[in-house]
Design a protein around this ligand. Sequence first.
Ligand SMILES: [Zn+2]
Length: 197
Amino acid sequence: MSKQGTVRVVNGRYKFSGEFHHATPNTPITNDDEGGKLVGVTNPRDMTYVHTYGGEAVFFEGLGKGILYGTRCDNPKCEFTGTQYIPFRIHCPDCLGRNTVVDFTKTCRTTATVHTFMVCERSGAFNVLDKPIKFINIEFEGVGTILMSYLSLGEPTIGMKVVPIFRTTDPTFTITDLSWVPEGADEGDLPDGFTFG
Ligand SMILES: [Zn+2]
């Protein structure tokens, strides 16, 4: 197989290298009701999507280092100045000003509780999480929003105290690098690659 496409930014420009399209052999579609007569062909297509994080890049980079960044509106003219946001919001929804990036790791370690949850036995295409997936909505002291994530140990209950864990070994730089476990969980029980940060 040819080299998987990779992207770097050099002198402010995206530089592409490797292959972004892979030719995969097709297969015939036959009609078994009519003695295997040809109906058509499958056309496999392998696509590499180039996804830019923009102002949220600092959040995804932080996860692999065991840091959970959120943001805060510091605009003194904003009606809701001082409002804090997890998940990360680049701009304040009230004044549309650029928010300040804030390290909320300690807040998350000490004040996170499950607001509500749902357990999913089935998933969509390309799911990488173990099933059943225990999705939890987490609230934090002094934070105006609620974070959607997933619980890696135990069973969720409303109001339970949880602490963050981070994929600090081989991070994927996606939201699955952040997960949660019940307060008091043992580091030895964490999923492969995850630590308390
Ligand atoms: Zn604002």
